[in-house]
Design a protein around this ligand. Structure first.
Ligand code: NAD
Ligand code: UD1
Length: 331
């Protein structure tokens, strides 16, 4: 029996595959490399010393999905594949709805046809929207402010519907907070295309001299130092959360929604200082206007993850910065 990992060549997928292989799981990866590259597959083999099945395909290709499920005995799907750039989703909503939602429906149809009844889904803290108080708790009302966020909200509902209609189905909806860091080998990590929107990849490009400064989007929020606070989580901890979710889903039926975060908030300036300390590089910054759509603080209530999955994050912000710097700056 194998675990199908959609988007397994991506940032979070590749780290999760490494850990699954190290645990002795049989893995099949599906990826179209729309936001990753084939060399990641060799890096995964190098780190884990193990091999896996691979299909270069678009998850919306129903025929290809059928082939994958026919050629392999797929017990569970860990579903990372999706487009994830918020700004781009506002410019290209149809592309986002098609890729993320139709892609998920195609995967679910193939699962149904072949009797596969476990899905671990990559949701996001973005589903908490703009109106909930921190810390975010799983039972809070969900909403979104952009097409990317809506795809996550809708897919959560789709999986709830699937579980309601099929009592043997098990879905774990993992709401990630802000994943950063990289594997300790320095061989895999996040490689965003173009100008990064997210804070850590931008800090990296300032530290390596590609940009001369970071724009800090607002210093007048009601936070520890006025800058935005987020719950950064080491990608290796996040990967570990998927192993816990898989083990839970193998023993339980129905839908479970779980935050994966550390429960601790870190401000923009705190992250900048931690990165400078870890890398020995300067990260000059200027205070810029607030970014539209940003909230002051976003961090998780992590009690359910501990209770239900028996999982909690191990790494702190210094570990995240050290591993991120090692990967991105080749220190
Ligand atoms: P990523 O872009 O690095 O990985 C996604 C992978 O999916 C890529 O390798 C891409 O090539 C592949 N893919 C996309 N569309 C596909 C398709 N139609 N068919 C086949 N493969 C396809 O992103 P990531 O950071 O690893 O995120 C993984 C998942 O987690 C995404 O669903 C994302 O929305 C979600 N998520 C990410 C974050 C984050 O900050 N990184 C936060 C919350 C949720
Ligand atoms: C982003 C996504 C969100 C996704 C989350 C998880 C947006 C608008 N939202 O949110 O949907 O779920 O990532 O990965 O993209 N910052 C700067 N300067 C920069 C970049 C960021 O000051 O150049 C600040 C932001 O204002 C924020 C913090 O850094 O306070 C983190 O920003 P970012 O990394 O983009 O993550 P989120 O805003 O949490």
């Amino acid at each position: 029996m194998s675990v199908l990992v959609t988007g397994g060549a991506g940032f979070i997928g590749s780290h999760t595959v490494v850990q699954l292989l190290e645990k002795g799981e049989d893995i099949v990866i599906l990826d179209n490399f729309s936001n990753s590259s084939p060399d990641v597959l060799d890096k995964i083999r190098q780190i884990s010393g193990k091999d896996f099945g691979f299909y270069r395909a678009d998850m919306r290709d129903a025929g290809k999905l059928d082939t994958i499920f026919t050629e392999n005995k797929i017990e569970a799907v860990i579903h990372f594949a999706g487009l994830k750039a918020v700004g781009e989703s506002v410019e290209k909503p149809l592309e986002y709805y098609d890729n993320n939602i139709n892609g998920t429906l195609t995967v679910l149809e193939a699962m149904k046809k072949h009797g596969c009844e476990i899905m671990i889904f990559s949701s996001s803290a973005t589903v908490y929207g703009n109106d909930n108080p921190v810390p975010f708790v799983e039972g809070m009302k969900t909403s979104a402010t952009n097409p990317y966020g809506w795809t996550k909200v809708f897919i959560e509902h789709i999986l709830e519907g699937v579980c309601a209609s099929d009592k043997d189905f098990s879905a774990v909806l993992l709401r990630y907070f802000n994943p950063i860091g990289a594997h300790k080998s320095g061989l895999i990590g996040e490689k965003p295309n173009g100008i990064p929107n997210n804070l850590m990849p931008y800090i990296v490009k300032v530290a390596n001299g590609e940009y001369d400064h970071l724009n800090v989007f607002g210093d007048d929020y009601d936070t520890v130092d006025g800058t935005g606070v987020r719950d950064y989580i080491h990608v290796v901890d996040l990967a570990d959360g998927h192993l816990a979710a898989l083990s839970y889903a193998r023993k339980n039926r129905g839908v479970q929604t779980v935050n994966l975060g550390t429960g601790k908030g870190t401000s923009v300036l705190e992250l900048v200082r931690a990165f400078e300390k870890a890398s020995g590089k300067k990260v000059p910054y200027v205070i810029a206007p607030r970014r539209p759509g940003d909230i002051a603080e976003c961090y998780a209530d992590v009690s359910k993850a501990k209770e239900v999955l028996g999982w909690q994050a191990k790494y702190d912000i210094d570990d995240m910065c050290r591993d991120n710097a090692r990967w991105a700056l080749k220190l």
